[in-house]
Design a protein around this ligand. Structure first.
Ligand code: ZN
Length: 78
């Protein structure tokens, strides 16, 4: 039986946009807060083709490691 195999999936990537020092609302310690941008793309034959949803942004505390969802406006205002 012949056929065409389609290999597809979703690929997530995280990019560190930068960090800034500010008080963490989780642990209360003034520490570096790393801004992370996560994108998820649909891939075909291991080639990422297009994003399946808008990028999401997270801020992760370097002291306690807690990651909080943030939005683009907060990232841009830093
Ligand atoms: Zn913290």
């Amino acid at each position: 039986m012949g056929g065409v195999f389609l290999i597809f999936g979703f690929k997530s990537a995280e990019h560190r946009l930068g960090s800034h020092v500010r008080p963490c609302e989780v642990c209360g310690v003034t520490a570096g807060q790393v801004v992370i941008r996560r994108t998820t793309k649909f891939s075909l034959f291991f080639i990422p083709l297009f994003p399946v949803k808008p990028a999401s942004y997270y801020v992760q505390c370097t002291n306690c490691g807690a990651a909080r969802r943030t939005d683009r406006a907060v990232v841009a205002a830093r």
